[in-house]
Design a protein around this ligand. Structure first.
Ligand code: SAH
Length: 213
């Protein structure tokens, strides 16, 4: 599967769509314009790759809607060389966007099949997270903490304390919180004990899994 002019054209359209929907950060829009989302999807959905919709990937999971990816990424305020922890590797699309923006990406996936597939796939198309981890995102990845930012790409029932502890002072965590529908929350760590939380609109994610082997 190649990246063709047709695909590039469709991405340009998608970027215009995201701008109309309120995404302003040029570095985010540039990343969406560059990363070939169609390569992250199962063949049955290729025609839909550049619609602003979520689609199924393996193991009953989804590749997030482009608007959601762009919205979360914008809130992270990514700078080159930022150390970023992602919870929920899934297809690897969000991780590729962050790699494209020059971040040092650590990403955790709880489902072994997806972890295996994406760990092979991402480097094969030249996106290289610093580390892809098979594990439980609720625990974070303390070996590399603290992080400039943490992005959670599955719906959490609450803000996991272990993750907050792995943020730098001044660091940002973007996390959808709720059961059926989630509110997007941005948590900024002001000091070891002080946080500023901003709440944005409703989103729908697959749930963050607990206690699976
Ligand atoms: N960022 C992904 C979105 C995938 S959907 C992408 O761009 O495609 C959410 C992902 O979170 C799924 O792959 C799911 O298996 C994973 N997940 C769910 N609970 C998790 C947990 N506790 N720890 C790590 N990953 C988890």
């Amino acid at each position: 599967m190649q990246d063709s002019f047709k695909h590039k054209g469709l991405r340009n359209k998608l970027v215009l769509d995201l701008k109309t929907k309120g995404i302003k950060d040029d570095s985010v829009l540039e990343a969406v314009k560059s990363v070939p989302r169609h390569l992250f999807m199962d063949s049955g959905f290729l025609d839909h790759a550049y619609q602003d919709k979520a689609f199924p990937i393996a193991s009953g999971q989804t590749i997030s809607q482009p608007f959601t990816v762009a919205f979360q990424t914008e809130l992270l305020n990514v700078k080159k060389d930022h150390k970023i922890l992602e919870i929920g590797t899934g297809s690897g699309y969000q991780a590729a966007i962050l790699c494209h923006m020059g971040a040092k990406v650590y990403t955790i996936e709880r489902i072994k099949e997806l972890f295996r597939k994406t760990s092979v796939f991402l480097p094969s198309i030249n996106y290289r997270p610093k580390k892809m981890i098979y594990g439980d995102g609720y625990l974070g990845y303390s070996e590399e903490a603290p992080y400039d930012s943490i992005i959670v790409t599955a719906g959490a029932s609450e803000i996991p304390e272990k993750l907050i502890n792995q943020l730098k002072i001044g660091g940002r965590m973007v996390i959808p919180v709720g059961e059926e529908v989630q509110k997007m929350k941005l948590v900024i760590k002001i000091s070891e004990s002080d946080f500023e939380t901003k709440i944005f609109g409703d989103f729908q994610f697959v749930p963050m899994l607990k206690n699976i082997k």
